[in-house]
Design a protein. Structure first.
Lengths: 236, 102
């Protein structure tokens, strides 16, 4: 279906605003959970600026707050972010500098590199999803960068607000804040549980992780859940 | 959590992000490998959700938290908007605790 570019522009802003609102709430919950759990304020703040990937940030902080080692935390976060590699391949045409023919003032090599690095950093589930809604280069690029820049701003401001809230509010359990963390993870995971074999793998892995929690050092049960992937090969 | 761990996670993340645009002519991720990575991410997320909903310091976390997460999961499966899902988890858990269920 062809959508007139002008009307789809307004649609883009509305949809990006909705996504920013949702991620803003997650960001507040992340910042608050991290400091309420006893981490210094700068950990969620620096992490949000440098890592900028909600799921991995939650995973890493979750492992640490459960008493796991930093190595297990980094492993869990990094594994979740491997999906960014195929994402980067899918939207490589828009994350770098625009290939403009006959531009009045072509960007210098320094600026081209800066654009490329920045574009890579803004690659998230959301910005890629927005880019993939279009096939033409111009709207694809606009969608990616609009979502990426807006989300980066909102995410970091939200995490900062969460850090402030988490350090002021002493009784975070009374507000049910500890339930938002697993809820976010579950909501992130549900759309990816498309087929029955992935569901079986996730169910088996989760059951194993919960069963192993009292016996294994913190952080390891979640990684042990990857053994559930064996379900993918059974009963083919 | 030491700064080094944060930087290591950031470096790993950025490597995955920049590899696609830099080497797009040279890398092809086999569809099977891509599906395996997607499944691994799903398994990890669900396991983390389950352990953080049910356990606390190696023991049972109480009923209020998993109940809130369960309600959130049902809402998410029904495609209720994300902010509502997250708020529902907090509200259900907070109300249960207010009612004396821990």
């Amino acid at each position: 279906m062809r959508i007139p570019w002008r009307t789809s522009h307004r649609e883009l802003h509305r949809d990006v605003a909705l996504v920013c609102l949702a991620d803003g709430i997650v960001g507040v919950s992340f910042g608050a959970t991290a400091v309420a759990g006893g981490l210094p304020w700068w950990v969620p703040v620096i992490m949000s600026l440098l890592v900028f990937a909600g799921g991995a940030q939650f995973a890493a902080v979750g492992v640490v707050l459960a008493g796991g080692s930093p190595v297990a935390a980094v492993a869990a976060g990094a594994l979740l972010n491997t999906r960014l590699l195929p994402y980067g391949l899918a939207v490589a045409d828009v994350t770098g500098p625009a290939e403009v023919s006959g531009a009045a003032r072509p960007a210098g090599p320094g600026r081209r590199w800066l654009t490329r690095l920045l574009g890579a950093h803004l690659t998230t589930d959301e910005s890629v999803a927005f880019a993939l809604r279009h096939t033409d280069p111009a709207p694809r690029r606009t969608a990616f960068w609009t979502c990426g820049v807006a989300l980066f701003t909102v995410w970091n401001v939200a995490v900062l607000l969460g850090v402030l809230a988490g350090s002021v509010v002493r009784n975070t359990a009374g507000f049910g804040l500890d339930a938002t963390f697993p809820a976010v993870l579950l909501a992130l995971a549900l759309p990816t549980l498309a087929d029955r074999r992935t569901c079986a793998a996730a169910g088996t892995g989760a059951a194993a992780a919960v069963a192993l929690t009292p016996v294994l050092p913190a952080g390891l049960p979640v990684l042990a859940a990857l053994g559930g992937l064996a379900c993918l090969w059974r009963r083919r | 959590m030491p700064l080094l761990a944060v930087v290591a996670l950031a470096a790993a993340t950025f490597t995955f992000r920049i590899a696609g645009p830099l080497f797009r002519d040279r890398i092809t991720v086999a569809p099977a490998a891509q599906r395996l990575l997607a499944s691994a991410a799903a398994v990890l997320l669900v396991a983390l959700a389950a352990t953080s909903a049910l356990t606390q310091d190696g023991g049972f976390a109480g009923w209020a938290r998993p109940a809130g997460v369960l309600v959130a999961g049902i809402l998410a499966a029904r495609r209720v908007p994300f902010p509502v899902v997250v708020l529902a988890a907090a509200i259900v858990t907070a109300l249960l605790r207010l009612a004396g269920v821990h």
